[in-house]
Design a protein around this ligand. Structure first.
Ligand code: ZN
Ligand code: ZN
Length: 243
């Protein structure tokens, strides 16, 4: 365990002794181990049907049966589906942001609880999976943040699902921020950014690839591509939220 990580955990333990448990959003008192009061928890917006089977993009309006959104319709994917229990809005987006950039590390607990709802999704239940693979951070970014949010969330999901966390991927290229790029440019920017560490560990395995948010899907698509190329039987994506 890295020293920074150990200190953070120790600090968290001390803080929880000093301060009574409270809601991370409105600071109302809560039960021990609860990070969100009932009122704020209700603000988290779930992804509800109808939504795109491939990317979980909700469809506004009435629709019967399965559908694929216009963004996914003409594309080939290397992952079977991307499951996101919540929309990246309000308290969900706020917690993800605070967790990643403000170092509110304890927020991994409510985020992992939201993420774990994906395990009940019919697309995940339909086929057992062998391992959970986090989207890796480049070592340079890891040094500035000193944790990988996907790995932290993946570890908690792995515990709940009682499956191993597999560090199957390595980020070998530092990519510039993707926010200003369109879909084609993103895919180009990500090409050869990842590689599989040890192909035999993913061969014929059904994998769950974990990240915090699914936005355009370019990053998880590139990860899924190299995993399938290395022989993974299937890749399904799980995130806390749909951007
Ligand atoms: Zn609250
Ligand atoms: Zn879609």
């Amino acid at each position: 365990m890295k020293i920074a990580h150990a200190l953070r955990l120790a600090g968290e333990g001390l803080l929880s002794l000093l301060y009574p448990p409270h809601c991370a959003k409105c600071r109302a008192d809560t039960a021990s181990g609860v990070h969100l009061c009932a009122t704020c928890a209700e603000e988290a917006r779930k992804v509800t049907a109808p939504f795109c089977r491939q990317c979980s993009q909700p469809f506004e309006g009435a629709l019967d049966g399965e559908f694929t959104c216009s963004n996914c319709r003409d594309r080939e994917f290397h992952f079977d589906c991307a499951v996101a229990p919540y929309l990246s809005r309000g308290v969900v987006r706020d917690f993800i942001h605070r967790f990643k950039y403000d170092r509110d590390y304890y927020l991994r607990h409510p985020l992992a609880t939201w993420m774990a709802e994906a395990l009940d999704d019919e697309r995940i239940r339909a086929q057992p999976f062998d391992a959970i693979v986090p989207v890796p951070l480049h070592s340079a970014r890891f040094r500035e943040r000193d944790f990988n949010q996907a790995e932290v969330l993946g570890e908690l999901l792995a515990k709940r699902a009682q499956r191993p966390l597999l560090h199957a991927l390595k980020r070998i290229r530092y990519t510039t921020t993707q926010t200003k790029l369109d879909r084609e440019q993103r895919m180009e920017n990500l090409r050869n950014a990842f590689r599989v560490r040890h192909a035999p560990s993913v061969q014929s395995r059904h994998l769950i690839l974990v990240d915090d948010v699914f936005t355009t899907g370019s990053t998880v698509e590139e990860c899924a591509r190299v995993l399938r190329q290395a022989g993974a039987a299937s890749v399904r994506v799980v995130t806390v939220a749909r951007g």
